[in-house]
Design a protein around this ligand. Structure first.
Ligand SMILES: Nc1ncnc2c1ncn2[C@@H]1O[C@H](COP(=O)(O)OP(=O)(O)OP(=O)(O)O)[C@@H](O)[C@H]1O
Ligand SMILES: O=P(O)(O)OC[C@H]1O[C@H](OP(=O)(O)OP(=O)(O)O)[C@H](O)[C@@H]1O
Ligand SMILES: O=C(O)c1cccnc1
Ligand SMILES: [Mg+2]
Length: 557
């Protein structure tokens, strides 16, 4: 709801426009328009074509991917219309094309296009169509680039987020901090949205929070700490206690007294000397501004000799006034060691001053974190409760693109194939149905593609599942549960009813549930087991028949 409202104009049968106003029919490659013209010239533009959108290899050396970006594709086609002004511009780009073509272009929409897709947030695998798009060939051709642009990064960053969640574990808070490092504003907004979808808890990106209802969180920066010179800068020193008693105290004096008491306490005596007064002033000021949610960045000068003792002095002063501090953020140094030492310090405070719960104070870590560093921290042992992750998450540093493609699989009911020297690049022809077959233990066992007219797999019935290209790889499966994967998201001429577009929060919940349902060996970081993607025996035979038919026979001289 908030999404539609924030996005203003709602058209296309109640489907809002794409989130990014740059997503228009012109956000495509020139060759889509030149091909559309050539189809039109040949009188072929209304030929009924079926395209599959899929990827060939899982990213990040993993064996799974999460599908993201579907809602934006549906928003795009629901509102697809080339404006008069855009037509005029296209005429300048393609000056040799006949007027009749531009009249045709101005008449098209996607009312006769059908989109069947795997629901957003599902765990998906190579070669299985994420989307099957059917319609007049010229129109569907125009959808290729925008669809790929909407799905490729969305799926990649959702998968990246899910991988960070898997390595961090369920109990940790994951905060997306990437806006400043993302590939521009659209990259940043998309990263926040799809990181949340992939299992992050919150974002620092305020605009994304507003647009998508993602929880917004944040701490403060080093600049805030170093901007203070000393406690004398704090003019309004008073803090009113939280208990409604109107008790007001000189908070600065309270903090100073606590710092002395910590320095003299039995377990911490001698562990630190003079702390930074600049930092103490910054923390005190921040606590005065946010007494209910005080969290301090403790690594500007020295974590153990200044940041943590200063934080504790302020947190204990807040405690006297009935407020509970949140915790600290570490943004440099050895995060395993520093988090463990900080935790010991917190426990010592709890013990020495009898402040129940102080030992459990939140520790957030940031600084160029990624899957590997979090894995390393886990192996070393750490006390971090929350990870703030920017650069490696949003730029998908470990893999630049997912490599989704959009391939013609049928035209006018004639199956088509794209051949390649590289067998992984050979497309799987035909308008297909796709199923996920579940085994006895409740795990998905295999995805299978069949021809459109083949009977669907049945529970309890043995079915031969074949590798699409490798003759010797095949297995019988007796499914305990069968799920048809491609659902109708844009019915076009068909009589199927349209699937609802769930909220981002619902997609996130679904994504987490689906990841939980996978067999653990597919999900592990090191040498995961590939999930099997197969075709029916009939489709296998047909692929190889068509392959032989289309591949020219070489001549040896
Ligand atoms: N215990 C650890 N094990 C493995 N990697 C770690 C550990 N602690 C921190 N890291 C990672 O090591 C890198 C440290 O970065 P870098 O060498 O720039 O040091 P820094 O602490 O940021 O230094 P500076 O104080 O100059 O900012 C970061 O990517 C961080 O996530
Ligand atoms: O490290 P990332 O995963 O990209 O997360 C975002 C970073 O952004 C902030 O740093 P800032 O821009 O202040 O600069 P810094 O690198 O000097 O800390 C924050 O302190 C994090 O370190
Ligand atoms: O709130 C934070 O701590 C934050 C936000 C963005 C980038 N780095 C840190
Ligand atoms: Mg940093």
């Amino acid at each position: 709801m908030a999404e539609a409202a924030a996005n203003g104009d709602v058209r296309g049968g109640g489907v809002p426009r794409p989130t990014n106003p740059m997503v228009t029919p012109l956000l495509t490659d020139l060759y889509q328009f030149t091909m559309a013209y050539a189809y039109w010239k040949a009188g072929k533009h209304l030929d009924r074509a079926v395209f599959d959108l899929y990827f060939r290899k899982n990213p990040f050396a993993g064996e799974f991917t999460i599908f993201g970006g579907l809602e934006e594709c549906i928003r795009f086609i629901a509102n697809f219309k080339i404006t008069e002004e855009e037509i005029k511009f296209l005429q300048t780009v393609m000056p040799t094309c006949e007027d009749g073509f531009f009249e045709y272009l101005s008449s098209i929409d996607c009312s006769d296009v059908e989109v069947y897709a795997i629901p957003e947030g599902y765990v998906v695998f190579p070669k299985v169509p994420l989307m099957r798009i059917e319609g007049p060939v010229a129109v569907v051709q125009l959808l290729e680039t925008p669809f790929l642009s909407l799905v490729n990064y969305a799926s990649l960053v959702t998968t990246n987020a899910a991988r960070h969640r898997l390595v961090a574990g369920k109990s940790k808070n994951l905060l997306e901090f990437g806006l400043r490092r993302a590939q521009g504003p659209d990259g940043g907004i998309s990263a926040s949205r799809y990181s949340y979808m992939g299992g992050f808890d919150a974002t620092s990106n305020v605009a994304a929070g507003r647009l998508f209802g993602i929880p917004i969180r944040g701490t403060h920066s080093h600049a805030f700490v170093s901007s203070f010179m000393g406690l004398h800068e704090i003019t309004d020193k008073g803090l009113t206690s939280s208990d409604g008693s109107n008790k007001r105290e000189d908070f600065v004096s309270l903090v100073q007294n606590w710092l002395i008491r910590i320095q003299d306490s039995s377990s911490l005596r001698g562990t630190f000397g003079e702390t930074s007064q600049s930092e103490l002033a910054a923390f005190t000021s921040y606590a005065l501004a946010f007494p209910n949610s005080f969290l301090a960045l403790v690594d500007t000068y020295d974590v153990m000799r200044s940041g943590v003792p200063n934080f504790c002095a302020v947190a204990l002063a807040l405690n006297d006034m009935g407020y509970k501090a949140v915790g600290i953020r570490l943004d440099s140094g050895d995060l395993a060691y520093l988090s463990v030492e900080t935790r010991k310090f917190f426990h010592a405070i709890e013990k020495d001053f009898g402040v129940v719960g102080f030992g459990k104070m939140n520790i957030t870590a940031s600084n160029d974190l990624n899957e590997e560093t979090i894995d390393a921290l886990n192996k070393q042992g750490h006390e971090v409760d929350a990870f703030g992750i920017g650069t490696y998450l949003v730029t998908c540093y470990a893999q630049a693109a997912l490599g989704c493609v959009f391939k013609l699989v049928e035209i006018n009911k004639q199956p088509r194939i794209k051949l390649s020297e590289d067998v992984t690049k050979v497309s799987i022809p035909c308008k297909k149905k796709c199923y996920r077959l579940y085994g006895k233990e409740g795990y998905p066992l295999v995805d299978i593609m069949t021809g459109e007219d083949e009977p669907s797999p049945k529970i309890g019935e043995r079915l031969l599942c074949r590798h699409p290209f490798n003759e010797s790889k095949r297995a019988y499966v007796v499914p305990q549960h069968v799920e048809e994967l491609l659902k109708c998201y844009w019915p076009g001429n068909s009589s199927d009813s349209r699937e609802e577009l769930p909220s981002l929060h619902e997609i996130r919940t679904r994504c987490i549930q689906h990841l939980d349902r996978m067999r653990p060996d597919h999900m592990r970081r090191l040498n995961p087991t590939p999930y099997k993607v197969s075709v029916s025996a009939k489709l296998y035979d047909f692929i190889h028949f068509l392959w032989l038919n289309e591949a020219p026979v070489g001549e040896l001289q």
